[in-house]
Design a protein around this ligand. Structure first.
Ligand code: OGA
Ligand code: MN
Length: 241
C-alpha cells in the first residue's frame, strides 16, 4: 500500500536522478563571476526539475500561500508595489522539488567554496510570481556594512517565453559602494539582459551588481536566492532572510 511518505520519497528519487548538474558548466559560471561579476547559463537545470518547481509554485499560488514582497525597511504596501510587484514564498523543503533544488544549489555552493575560498555557508531562496505589468526597479541585493549576501542567483521557470514577453532581467556594470552606498551621480551602463526562460540560471555579485526586472507582459515565475556568509555585527549574528 502506498503512503504519503512513499510518494514523497519516490518523487524525490526520480527528480534527483534526472537533475544532475554539469560540473564543467559550474566551472564556466565561476570563471565568469570572477572575470565579469555575473554569469548566466541557459538550460542549466533539467526540464523535469524546472517543471516540478513550477507545479509546486502553482500549487502554492492556488492555495493562496504567496505573499506580496516587501522591500527592506519600507513596508507600506503602496510604496513597495511602486518598486516591486512580485508575490513570494520562501523555499523550505516541503516538497520533493524544493528539496532537490536546494540540494543542487548546495552542490554549486561547495564547488564555489572550493574554487574561491570564500566560505559561503548558507543558501536562502524564494519563489517569485510577477503578474502581468509587474516589475522590480533597479536595486542591489546587499548593502554596505551588512554584506552577508555574497552571490545572488535567479532560476527561471517559464516554458516557451516569447521574445516580446517582457520581464527580462537587466544587469548593470558593477559599482563599488562607498560608505554611504552608491554614488547617485555615477553613470550606469547596461551589461546584459536575461530572458526569464525555463532552465536558465543567472548569478551575480550581490553587493556590486545593480539590476532590475523590466515590466512583464505574461505571468512570470522564478526563484531568487542568495549564498550568504556569516556576518556577525557587534556580536549579533544576522539570521537568514
Ligand atoms: C530579486 C531580483 C530578479 C529576477 O528578487 O531581488 O532581483 O529576475 N529578481 O527575478
Ligand atoms: Mn535583486
Amino acid at each position: 500500500m502506498s503512503t504519503v511518505v512513499d510518494d514523497f520519497d519516490r518523487q524525490y528519487r526520480t527528480l534527483l536522478a534526472t537533475s544532475s548538474l554539469d560540473s564543467e558548466r559550474i566551472d564556466t559560471l565561476i570563471e565568469d563571476l570572477i572575470h565579469q561579476g555575473f554569469s548566466y547559463q541557459r538550460d542549466f537545470f533539467s526540464p523535469t526539475l524546472i517543471d516540478a518547481l513550477l507545479a509546486d509554485l502553482e500549487r502554492l499560488e492556488a492555495c493562496d500561500a504567496l505573499a506580496s514582497a516587501g522591500i527592506g525597511r519600507l513596508n507600506e504596501h503602496q510604496l513597495a508595489t511602486s518598486i516591486r510587484g512580485d508575490a513570494i514564498r520562501w523555499l523550505n523543503r516541503e516538497s520533493p522539488a524544493q528539496q532537490v533544488y536546494l540540494e543542487r544549489l548546495d552542490e554549486l555552493r561547495s564547488q564555489i567554496n572550493r574554487s574561491l575560498f570564500i566560505g559561503l555557508f548558507e543558501f536562502e531562496a524564494h519563489f517569485a510570481r510577477y503578474p502581468p505589468g509587474a516589475f522590480y526597479k533597479r536595486h542591489v541585493d546587499s548593502f554596505q556594512g551588512r554584506a552577508n549576501r555574497v552571490i545572488s542567483t535567479v532560476t527561471y521557470l517559464n516554458r516557451d517565453w516569447p521574445a516580446d514577453g517582457g520581464g527580462e532581467m537587466v544587469l548593470f556594470e558593477s559599482q563599488q559602494q562607498g560608505p554611504n552606498g552608491f554614488d547617485p551621480d555615477a553613470s550606469i551602463r547596461e551589461m546584459t539582459r536575461v530572458l526569464p526562460e525555463a532552465g536558465t540560471l543567472a548569478c551575480f555579485l550581490s553587493d556590486t551588481v545593480p539590476h532590475e526586472v523590466l515590466p512583464t507582459r505574461l505571468p512570470r515565475a522564478s526563484i531568487a536566492g542568495w549564498f550568504r556568509r556569516n556576518a556577525s555585527v557587534n556580536g549579533v549574528v544576522d539570521p537568514a532572510r
